[in-house]
Design a protein around this ligand. Structure first.
Ligand SMILES: C[S@@+](CC[C@H](N)C(=O)[O-])C[C@H]1O[C@@H](n2cnc3c(N)ncnc32)[C@H](O)[C@@H]1O
Length: 311
């Protein structure tokens, strides 16, 4: 994998073409796989998740020793912002769109924007890198990437761009189940992103059981979970449940940008929970979160939370 440029599999032109021609649900998805990340690509939640992921990958890159990046819910890999999905609600306009042309942002945000710019070689914001594309830009030749994606269409797009890249394996399999078979890698260094669609209540429990099994096998891995800030008991309880799994240290960051609607629906914000975070992450997020709160706010009460525990 190249650190500096995309290999053929993630050619942005091909990606765009593929997303344009992919008919919606040509292959009938299994029940509960209605979620398509293309509708949400580049929104406020992606911004928080992907900046945090970039910081974690940067930390992994600080040592030459190889590591394995495991994305249990990989999505399509990258997304067109011009297609019908992203345009439907234009969520990216209140996410990456607000940062894109803004000056005077902290270095961490500029570094993230540089990655998004590399995904848009023509200079205009027309595509957004998903977590696999972002990781591909940062992994080194010695590192490995393991991607799980269950949705038939997203798996097909992901495979067409990523599967032939050196060091990358794509599975059309359940990432909750597949994780335990991926740890520990022989290098005993791994970063896991668990970013489910939380379509049903079951995902909240599966996050906990899947991580518990992985941590029992490999307690020193770095594990990052993304979760939605929605009015559901399971979502509110998830950070506490994850704390109970963390053998040594954890960090929890949450960014709230909008109010739920009058019936309590809607994505108020999102959180990231990291087990075994690098010791530098707290300071980096402490500097970043006020800027994201101000830039991505959709109401006056926008706020953030940052808590960590280390032994
Ligand atoms: C939030 S999206 C992933 C976005 C991606 N991580 C990113 O940041 O670009 C969640 C994805 O998980 C897929 N999915 C749902 N259940 C799954 C499962 N059990 N195993 C693997 N993938 C699953 C969905 O089809 C969807 O594409």
């Amino acid at each position: 994998m190249s650190h500096l440029h995309f290999g053929r599999p993630l050619s942005s032109g091909n990606l765009l073409l593929s997303l344009r021609v992919a008919p919606f649900f040509r292959i009938a998805p299994p029940a509960m796989l209605a979620y398509r990340h293309a509708f949400h690509a580049g929104n406020h939640a992606d911004v928080l998740k992907h900046i945090t992921l970039m910081l974690l990958l940067r930390h992994m890159n600080a040592k030459d020793k190889p590591y394995r990046y495991i994305d249990t819910h990989a999505g399509a890999g990258g997304y067109s912002l011009e297609g019908q999905y992203a345009q439907k609600k234009g969520e990216y306009e209140k996410g990456i769109g607000r940062l894109w042309a803004r000056e005077g942002l902290p270095t961490v945000v500029s570094d993230y924007l540089e990655l998004v710019q590399r995904f848009n070689p023509d200079g205009a914001l027309t595509q957004y890198p998903g977590s696999p594309a972002l990781a591909q830009m940062m992994l080194r030749e010695q590192d490995q990437m393991r991607l799980f994606e269950m949705h038939p269409t997203d798996h097909r797009i992901l495979t067409s761009f990523m599967a032939e890249a050196p060091g990358v394996t794509v599975y059309r399999a359940d990432g909750f189940e597949g994780l335990k078979g991926q740890v520990p890698p022989s290098s005993r260094r791994a970063l896991v992103l668990m970013d489910p669609s939380y379509e049903g209540h079951a995902d909240y429990l599966k996050v906990v059981t899947s991580l518990r099994a992985a941590i029992e096998r490999f307690s020193t891995g770095v594990y990052m979970v993304w979760y939605p800030q929605v009015q559901k008991l399971e979502a509110a309880q998830l950070p506490k449940r994850l704390q109970a799994l963390a053998p040594k240290s954890w960090l929890h960051a949450r960014l709230t940008v909008q109010q739920p609607d009058s019936q309590g629906f809607g994505l108020a914000g999102s959180g990231v929970f990291i087990i075994n975070p690098p010791h530098t992450l707290h300071a980096e997020l402490q500097a970043l979160l006020p800027v994201l709160t101000e830039t991505l706010a959709q109401y006056d009460g926008a706020n953030h939370l940052l808590v960590q525990h280390a032994v």
